[in-house]
Design a protein around this ligand. Structure first.
Ligand code: FVH
Length: 293
């Protein structure tokens, strides 16, 4: 069989923290010519045995490839790294976690500097990179043409999900999912705190907790249905009035177990407010309307 002589697109990666390094390794493993730069040079040098070319500056790294992937700590580190760098004609893909407003401002900034721009929100942790069965992916938003041009290369380390031409949407989806994750972790923290002083093995609670959370997850589809239709009572099996009646039991149990209610109480307060406004036959969808200011 003839060897495959078609060169894969070259990629530049700026930022070699845990995530940038995992991304860089995936492109190297797939045979993409890769140029890297990192503020702390040792992290870049560590990739030379795998074939990475190490640039002496961010500007040199940007000049090396049409596709420039940025994966830095935060938006202000992106400012610092790209200050004064010639971006004209580059395809800039920013995977740094940002707010939607920062992403939109970065897109406008890139345009002013002559670059095309895609923003990304990474729904994966570093060990999931380069492991397709782990199910990680990156939300992309901004130029669809740019996304299509680099879809194959961007899909090498982890899956891709394009969510629209508004550059802020990838960040918005990213933060929405991660916010839900923190809510889930907060609930799990409260559950573990409740058993902390008892003779109960946390490892015995963990699988029960995980299975229960998984069983409850489909409720988000009903929530979406309610929000779309405006009818928050459709198909409700656990009405808000019943749920609010149960909240003193949760708060008393927390008190009896010596556990602060500070994670639970704000949500219960919102449930009570919605009930007071007449939402007793709904489930929990009405709480969303209280949050939106
Ligand atoms: N790691 C994770 O679990 C999450 C998964 C979801 C997505 N996040 C976001 O990815 C961005 C990078 O995260 P990371 O895990 O690579 O972060 P660190 O390992 O802390 O590496 C940070 C890199 O940023 C460089 N850096 C920081 N400040 C500056 C600066 N002022 N000038 C230049 N570079 C800077 C840092 O360089 P150094 O410390 O090695 O010199 C690292 O390369 C992030 O947005 C996550 O939210 C990861």
């Amino acid at each position: 069989m003839e060897p495959n002589t078609v060169e894969k697109p070259s990629v530049t990666v700026l930022g070699l923290g845990a995530m940038g390094t995992a991304l860089a390794r995936a492109w190297l493993a797939a045979g993409h010519p890769l140029t890297v730069w990192n503020r702390t040079p040792a992290r870049a040098a560590a990739l030379t045995p795998e074939g990475a070319r190490v640039a002496g500056s961010a500007a040199q790294a940007v000049a090396a490839s049409a596709l420039v992937v940025v994966c830095l700590l935060d938006d202000s580190s992106v400012d610092q790294v790209l200050a004064g760098v010639d971006l004209a004609g580059r395809d800039l893909v920013n995977l740094t976690t940002s707010t939607p407003a920062q992403a939109r401002a970065r897109a406008a900034w890139a345009r002013r500097h002559g670059a095309r721009y895609l923003d990304g929100g990474i729904m994966a942790v570093p060990p999931m990179i380069g492991v397709p069965e782990a199910g990680g992916y990156v939300f992309y938003s901004g130029s669809r043409a740019l996304f299509e041009r680099h879809r194959e290369t961007l899909g090498v380390p982890v899956g891709t999900t394009y969510v629209g031409d508004d550059a802020g949407f990838a960040a918005l989806y990213d933060v929405a999912l991660l916010s839900a994750m923190y809510g889930m972790f907060a609930g799990a923290a409260h559950a573990f705190a409740l058993i902390r002083r008892e003779d109960i093995d946390p490892a015995a609670l963990a699988p029960l907790l995980a299975d229960w959370l998984v069983a409850m997850i489909p409720a988000v589809h009903q929530t979406a249905d309610h929000l779309r239709s405006g009818d928050y009572t459709k198909g409700v099996v656990s009405p808000l009035a019943m749920q609010v009646a149960g909240t003193p039991t949760f708060l008393r149990t927390a008190e009896q177990q010596g556990v602060s209610p500070e994670l639970l109480r704000p949500y219960f307060d919102l449930m009570r407010r919605r009930l007071a406004e007449g939402g007793g036959e709904e489930d929990l969808t009405g709480v969303i309307d209280l949050l939106v200011q």
